[in-house]
Write a protein that binds this ligand. Structure first.
Ligand SMILES: [Zn+2]
Length: 258
């Protein structure tokens, strides 16, 4: 039962943020990087699955109003023609076709599009939602309460362990906490290759090599364990790691995988 396959995976572009490498990993330098904030749409015979939802489109017109001070620190490039609903329409689906939304974690550059999917089932790591509502004060800037308030009545499922989403090995939710309390990754088994989507379990290629944490990880020791777990699963499954914000991963990997 472990040889199920996802049919297609699209990497859908979202906002592009500018930030120094030093924000993304300990030991990173001051060089500025253009960071993709993609969502991944995955077609499986039992339903359409979305991994992450990018930034809230309200930042296109009023980043400072919606994000507050952090908008100044993270310059944004994004256009109204590239919002998540339009990206999904561009590949032939509607947002209402999405059956499951897996949220890697609740930071502002991942959870901004939740309200496109009011009828979906949401899957998240344990304790993530509680933390999104009441983060530690020095990390509060990275969470936007208004991304979550409209979703309180949604169907949320929390897991504190791995989950084989359809029971066939095609999509494996991997519990990889540390960056946040419920950070997760997703292993996607397609016909010809496997991708391990890390979310923010790790932020740059150099950080996976060096097993480097970043400044706002809630539990850095657990972060290192999760990075090692990602590397072990990558090697055991022959998977390609796709780090959400890594500009080289975004350039190198195909945006449609069949
Ligand atoms: Zn994050």
């Amino acid at each position: 039962m472990a040889d199920g396959k996802a049919k297609k995976m699209w990497a859908l572009p979202g906002a592009e943020l500018t930030a120094p490498a030093s924000l993304l990993m300990h030991g990173g330098d001051a060089s500025l990087l253009q960071l993709p904030c993609p969502s991944f749409l995955i077609e499986h015979p039992k339903g359409l699955v979305l991994f992450d939802s990018g930034c809230n489109p309200k930042i296109i017109d009023d980043a400072a109003g919606y994000w507050g001070e952090v908008a100044q620190a993270l310059p944004i490039k994004w256009s109204k023609s590239d919002t998540l609903d339009k990206q999904i329409a561009g590949v032939g689906y509607k947002a209402s076709d999405v059956k499951y939304v897996i949220l890697s974690h609740s930071h502002l550059d991942h959870s901004g599009g939740l309200t496109y999917f009011p009828k979906a089932t949401f899957i998240v790591g344990a304790n993530e939602l509680q933390y999104a509502y009441w983060p530690d004060p020095d990390r509060r800037w990275a969470f936007i309460l208004n991304d979550f308030l409209p979703t309180r009545a949604y169907n949320w499922l929390e897991f504190d362990q791995d989950l084989d989403l359809f029971g066939d090995g095609a999509l494996k939710f991997l519990y990889t906490p540390g960056h946040t309390p419920g950070e997760c990754s997703l292993l996607v088994n397609l016909s010809n290759r496997k991708f391990l989507l890390t979310g923010d379990t790790v932020h740059l290629r150099a950080a996976i090599t060096q097993e480097a944490t970043m400044g706002i990880d809630t539990d850095p020791i657990q972060s290192v364990k999760s990075i090692r777990r990602v590397k072990a699963i990558r090697d055991m499954h022959g998977a390609t790691v796709w780090i959400t914000h890594d500009p080289d991963d975004w350039k190198e990997h195909p945006h449609l995988v069949e």
